[in-house]
Design a protein around this ligand. Sequence first.
Ligand code: CIR
Length: 276
Amino acid sequence: MLDWRDAELKGVVMRSFSYTHAITRQPPASAIHGLRAVDTGAPDLARMRAHHADYIAALKSTGATVVELPALEAFPDSLFVEDTALCLPEGAVVMRPGAPSRLGEAAEMAPHLRALYADVRAVTGAENFIEAGDILTTETEILVGRSARSNAGGIAELAGIVADWGYGLREVHTPPGVLHFKTDCSLLDADTILATERLSASGCFKGYRVIHTAAGEEASANAIRFNDLVLFPAGFPQTRDALVAAGYRVQEIGNSECAKLDGGMSCLSLRFTPCG
Ligand code: CIR
């Protein structure tokens, strides 16, 4: 069996977390009206923007080019760009968000993807919905959690598109009451996943090494591995220490304001290395 960590140490580029580019979008003032499952108060915009700036600085510190898009006031959740597209080395797929107020965000993202990719496709079926917060791309497969935002039609249409590029897609389940599949998990390296116990209990990570979030720190499951860094939400010391002890370079980023809108580290960027 291939030892991924050994390969990584030998400098093999891992397409699932080695990236030359990211796209972000400035938080709009309308973000205070963003979608949320439970209202815990309006986000503080100034603090949200400061956290967002720290996030971009961390991405750039790895040497990546960050395309920083301007705020879109008409779309309160548009800072959560991840949900608008799936970016793979071979091409990008524009999503069809399941939240009606977010549908237009995908069309806003498409031209920016076309500027960077030769091959940009889209999920288009009128009854098909999918948000990329439900998609976890590992070194060997694409996992998609069916959720309130991503339905069977959207997942099937995406499976057809990525098959053209040689990817296998496995449909899994986002736990009930959880916004997106990646609300509860993140890729840490080619064969290691950070996940909540409630998600890994479903058996969807069989064959992977799983590091669980500490009890009471489930909200830290949404992190991102971006080149040599793990961007990790501030305020979850036990899980952070477990990642550091496991050998990851962890950078904490404030997430208190995005968390009020059910957003986290992965939601705030599209991450990719276009080769098309
Ligand atoms: C929403 O409910 O759509 C936004 N308030 C949060 C989106 C978070 N995105 C993500 O997890 N990928």
